[in-house]
Write a protein that binds this ligand. Structure first.
Ligand code: SF4
Length: 204
């Protein structure tokens, strides 16, 4: 299909300000693209072609948007947490910002890594079904690793309990580094979770 190409724009925290929405709308209108919201809380523009793909990417980058490219850090999918959800224990937008500020500029991240952040144990962001899952509890942050969806889903294993926010962010970095060091082209964390040197804080 000639117009079967697409571009994914990373949307940290799942938040797009109105100015960006208007600007994206103009780009989408100009190139006759359709906006699709992905399960990872990103924005995918459908209907590009080989002839205009790079031009559209350039236009989006010119708007200050981050186009998904190989090696980019996978910004976390988050629930909307405190203060919007009655059960929220933390401000998930603020923590997502903190994670993005620290790791968003990273390159060399291997494909197939997904991260999710939930503001309470209800885990609405699906933190147990991704490679690195963070869940706020009344006793700090619990972290899971090795979860995945797909045809053969797996529930992640608890690898740390009761972390401070800083410890949780540090562990995200450690896990991403570990995944990169042990992965050739691409790999889910589930394949690594039982390695003896896997960076767990506890054994579960
Ligand atoms: S995980 Fe908890 S805080 Fe987040 S949306 Fe669900 S119930 Fe609310």
């Amino acid at each position: 299909m000639q117009n079967s190409k697409y571009i994914t724009v990373l949307v940290p925290g799942g938040l797009l300000d109105l100015g960006k929405v208007e600007a994206i709308s103009l780009v989408a209108g100009k190139y006759d693209l359709t906006c699709y919201l992905t399960s990872a809380q990103n924005l995918r523009l459908l209907g590009a072609s080989d002839d205009n793909l790079e031009e559209i990417k350039g236009a989006l980058a010119g708007l200050g948007l981050i186009v998904k490219e190989p090696g980019r850090f996978p910004k976390p999918r988050i629930c909307f947490g405190m203060p919007y959800c009655n059960l929220g224990l933390v401000d998930t937008f603020a923590l997502s910002d903190r994670i993005w500020s620290r790791f968003g500029g990273r390159t060399g991240v291997k494909p197939k890594l997904k991260i999710a952040l939930s503001g309470c144990p209800a885990s609405c962001a699906g933190s147990m079904l991704v490679d690195i899952g963070i869940i706020a509890t009344r006793n700090g942050f619990d972290m899971y690793a090795g979860g995945k969806g797909g045809a053969l889903p797996k529930i992640g294993k608890l690898i740390a309990r009761g972390l401070t926010e800083e410890e949780a962010v540090d562990l995200v970095g450690e896990l991403v580094d570990y995944h990169a060091s042990k992965t050739g082209k691409k790999q889910r964390m589930a394949k690594l979770i039982d390695e003896p040197d896997f960076p767990k804080r506890i054994t579960s």
